[in-house]
Design a protein around this ligand. Sequence first.
Ligand SMILES: C[S@@+](CC[C@H](N)C(=O)[O-])C[C@H]1O[C@@H](n2cnc3c(N)ncnc32)[C@H](O)[C@@H]1O
Length: 226
Amino acid sequence: MPPEVIDVLEEKIPDVDKALEQLIVPIMDFKESLATILDLGSGSGNVSRALSRRFPEANIYGIDYNEMAIANAISTSKTQGIKNVKFLTLNATSLPVEWTQKFDLVIMYDVLHDLPDPASVMKEVYRVLKDDGVASINDPGLHSNHRDNVGNTNVAGAGYAISTVICLPCSLSADDTPGHGMGWGYENKEALLTSSGWRVKDKRNIGSHMSLNFTCVKEQRENYVI
Ligand SMILES: C[S@@+](CC[C@H](N)C(=O)[O-])C[C@H]1O[C@@H](n2cnc3c(N)ncnc32)[C@H](O)[C@@H]1O
């Protein structure tokens, strides 16, 4: 991803602390304490730093496969005195073996539709999340059927255009990708989640009218009494 795009992405959440407060509401319905958090696809670390301010005692990891974004994340966080976030350059399709069942929360903010291989990444998220953990997935709230987006000028004017130059190339940046981008749409994303072991417990707009947030738990958790 070129540096100009990384800079644009860094500025894209107008009030990241406020967006995080909204995100936390449905998460806390399913998980009281968040000691270990993974910000997957952290980019330059905006969300990780907001998590650090909100959960100063937590052990937070921000990972991204873009080395330049991670270098920015490390330098900005150092300047801001952020102490409890560790940034690593990693591909989310292959997270460290020792992270199995490590996290109380995995956040994917504006990442799912950009992934060349979302099914593999969601398997890794399943592995690294504790059985009683929560996955919070914030992604553009476009419909999967393009006709259903007709008349939504934000989607037509901004979503598809941005996706053509940022999201779609990102999601096509490996061999044999489905090439989703924003046009994937939330109905099809939800179908992928539910067919791969996730239960979507909450769905709401968070951050902007274009974003739809899925708060998910592992399907198997539904079979326990916690
Ligand atoms: C739209 S940006 C969002 C960045 C950040 N979450 C935010 O909201 O500011 C999507 C990020 O996902 C990262 N990404 C895409 N595929 C990835 C993969 N397989 N492993 C790790 N990061 C990935 C990209 O490098 C990019 O930084």
